[in-house]
Ligand binder design. Structure first.
Ligand code: AGP
Length: 367
């Protein structure tokens, strides 16, 4: 059946508001709320035995994979190579004997990711795809598939499919950690519990729509925007920049906050908003000090943080938006939502074609 926009102005807006439901549906597939255990479908490889994992995908799907790399390396102590499919397919990387790969895709039809799939299989790797369309080429040709339960995504800019990909990567990371005996039952329960709270936290973030719209009014005036994050929020900074470019046509770049002083800080002046993803936690002090350096050079800091981060960041930031306080593990999923919302509101203010941005196709099936 055709999917409608309901009472929303755009498919993207509707899909943004589907986050809590989609995250709930996806997590329920792979987590047992009673035992607090991860329940993965049959995998084509044994995570306890693979020496190395390759993650490849394109665009936002790649960035979901890049967050997965942080999680899998941290929780499962499994080395991961992550590369965009258009590079991976031509750089002839040495593949580990007995190795495995994860490909990530909403459509399951992206040409470069399909090429990576075939190359990986020819190289003897067992391939698992994280895909939203069960009958897609990728789901069929992979050795195994884990589905995101995002439903049809019509807006060209990925929203709910992206956070659903993150949710699946999080479950895989916990499952791999358990299989490799890197996580205790207690750790698994704690991480699973944190994930189970994500859908309601996502709903709380959506209630901050008006605040994010106010921020968008500032960002819409800019010609260039910087997004900063560290650790597993670095790929989310890249995603924020990608989303803003895609639908508002404002030039944006995502950077690892610690890289600022190696070049991008030269860009800082009062015309360049710096959007910071800065929850309290292990990397807070480091990121905050990078931001303070940018503020000292006239940069306008607009920070997303939690209750404990508001006071310290307010000393130098122009805007501080308070998000729910969550453990470091869930932050990439939750901080993806405000950056998507921000891009959405900036695009609406600029009057662009939000659902069908120029020059872009929903699924890139040619090279
Ligand atoms: C996301 O907003 C993009 N439109 C794009 O980067 C997309 O994620 C990419 O083309 C990959 O598509 P896929 O998930 O269908 O493979």
């Amino acid at each position: 059946a055709a999917v409608g926009k309901g009472n929303y102005r755009h498919f993207m807006e509707k899909e943004l508001h589907e986050h809590p439901a989609v995250l709930g549906d996806t997590l329920r597939q792979y987590l047992d709320p009673k035992t607090l255990e991860v329940r993965l479908p049959r995998l084509p490889f044994d995570p306890a035995r693979v020496p190395r994992l390759t993650i490849s995908a394109c665009g936002s799907a790649f960035l979901a994979g890049a967050v997965g790399r942080y999680w899998i390396e941290e929780l499962a102590r499994l080395p991961v190579d992550a590369d965009v499919a258009s590079e991976f397919r031509y750089r002839d990387p040495p593949l580990a004997e007995g190795g495995a790969a994860i490909l990530v895709s909403q459509s399951g039809e992206t040409a470069d990711t399909m090429a990576a799939l075939r190359l990986l299989k020819a190289g003897g790797q067992k391939v698992l795809s994280v895909v939203n369309v069960p009958e897609s080429s990728m789901a069929r040709e992979s050795d195994g598939a884990v589905l995101t339960v995002a439903g049809p995504e019509i807006g060209v800019a990925s929203t709910k499919a992206f956070t659903a990909q993150l949710a699946v990567m999080a479950c895989l990371a916990i499952g791999f950690g358990r299989a490799r005996r890197e996580l205790s039952t207690l750790d698994e329960g704690r991480l699973t519990q944190a994930l189970l709270e994500v859908p309601s936290q996502a709903a709380q973030i959506l209630e901050q729509d008006a605040q994010i719209r106010d921020l968008a009014a500032e960002v819409a005036k800019a010609r260039d925007v910087l997004f900063l994050g560290r650790g597993s929020l670095y790929p989310i900074a890249l995603e924020g920049a990608l989303k803003l470019k895609e639908i508002s046509y404002i030039h944006a770049e995502g950077y690892a906050a610690g890289e600022m002083k190696h070049g991008p800080i030269a860009l800082i002046d009062s015309a360049v908003p710096v959007i910071a993803l800065c929850p309290t936690g292990p990397l807070f002090e480091k990121t905050a000090s990078n931001l303070q350096e940018a503020a000292a050079r006239g940069g306008r800091i607009m920070a997303f943080t939690d209750a404990d981060g508001v006071a310290p960041l307010s000393r130098f930031a122009e805007h501080v938006i308070e998000l729910p306080k969550v453990g470091a593990f869930s932050t990439p999923i939750l901080y993806a939502i405000p950056v998507q919302l921000l891009a959405y509101h900036v695009a609406v203010l600029k009057g662009t074609d939000v659902d069908q941005p120029r020059n872009l196709a929903k699924s890139v099936t040619v090279e």
